[in-house]
Write a protein that binds this ligand. Structure first.
Ligand code: DNO
Length: 352
């Protein structure tokens, strides 16, 4: 297993590479060009510069999260081919710069969605929260407006250019079915996977977060059956997975079983915990198994049992010790560092 840490880039992340260096066991940075709108071609200069910055700080830059997929590709519009061509060229350029794995998602309109960013926990920290009744009764535009009010950073999936077109995008998705989404995903993969094979760069799709339909929009990467269907769309090791235990854990998925059955196609792991409530709400918790509904110890044991040598990162953490004043929601420093020590603790004890 290769421990990594997600970093949003110089000037875009209050956490420095020097701070990340002090977390034991981290040898790679998970990065992206966060200001690139979905569908645009990434410039070679920008890629080279970012990789150099990361490497100079003593890390590898093998994993990119994410190269976002343009909405026209998900919708299957005639304009999709231009964006798919850009995607292929971006993959070639990333491979040339030494990138090994690219994480992406295929969720219509939104990436991850929560109803509250700083929900208080009993221990005095706060964390991302999802409340079912609120999602059912709120207009998506309203939700985004309320959530963005107190945040001065751009969060993945909520990029300004996406939000500006939100109303129009919702109109485009009217009557859109999950079967259409499957077929558009297949079309996309059939085009990009041969490029991945040729240039030796692996794709890992991220599960939908949460793993169920919201605002009437279909979501398909949600459970074992659907993950197997995804893998069979193009049966190549390059068509792989980024398994996120928090996203899959938003419903009662047997994540160790998913790892067991899809192991050879897992290129990247996001490990975190969420606590589900009987009414369907869920809150993010510490990484400890006993603090949430995901058996994180069993997840790590299952990866260890198979001899996982791929990339892994701690995912969202709670905001601790007042860091919500400056940290990106879900991406503070402290709980992710604690999460790493927990994951490594379990891993090392299995190794010994
Ligand atoms: C949320 C992240 C997601 C993830 C994308 C992958 O914090 O896990 O935004 O990066 O879904 O494309």
């Amino acid at each position: 297993m290769r421990m990594t840490f997600r970093w949003y880039g110089e000037g875009n992340d209050k956490i420095s590479l020097a701070q990340i260096r002090q977390i034991p066991g981290v040898d790679g940075i998970v990065w992206s060009l966060h200001d690139m709108p979905a569908g645009e071609l990434w410039s070679e200069e920008r890629i080279t510069k970012e990789v150099a910055t990361i490497r100079q700080a003593g890390f590898h830059a093998d994993v990119v999260e994410s190269v976002n997929v343009h909405e026209d590709i998900k919708l299957g519009l005639p304009t999709r081919d231009v964006y798919i061509d850009n995607y292929k060229e971006t993959l070639r350029r990333l491979a040339k710069a030494g990138v090994k794995v690219v994480c992406y998602n295929f969720m219509p309109v939104f990436d991850w969605t929560r109803t509250e960013l700083y929900h208080p926990l009993k221990d005095g920290s706060n964390a991302l929260f999802f409340e079912q009744s609120r999602i059912q009764n709120i207009d998506p535009m309203e939700l985004i407006k309320t959530l963005s009010q107190n945040v001065d950073v751009t969060m993945p999936g909520w990029e300004p250019e996406r939000l500006a077109k939100l109303e129009h995008t919702f109109v485009q998705y009217q009557g859109f079915t999950s079967e259409q989404l499957w077929s558009n995903l297949q079309y996309f993969l059939e085009q990009v996977i041969p490029v991945c094979e040729q240039y030796d760069i692996k794709l890992g799709i991220h599960p939908d977060d949460p793993a169920f339909a919201i605002f009437g929009l279909p979501r398909i990467i949600t459970n074992l059956t659907n993950i197997k269907r995804l893998l069979s769309l193009v049966d190549s090791p390059y068509n792989g997975l980024s398994i996120c235990t928090g996203s899959l854990g938003s419903i009662n998925n047997d994540i160790p079983a998913i790892i067991d059955q899809c192991f050879s196609r897992i290129h990247f792991m996001h490990v975190r915990n969420v606590k589900r409530f009987a009414n369907g709400d869920f809150i993010e918790t510490s990484h400890r198994a006993c603090d949430g509904s995901v058996d994180t110890v069993k997840v790590i044991k299952t990866l260890h049992k198979h001899g996982y040598t791929g990339y892994l990162r701690p995912d969202h953490g709670r905001h601790l010790w007042g860091e919500e004043e400056w940290a990106r929601p879900g991406y503070g420093l402290y709980d992710r560092a604690l999460g790493i020590m927990y994951i490594l603790g379990v891993w090392d004890s299995l190794e010994s």
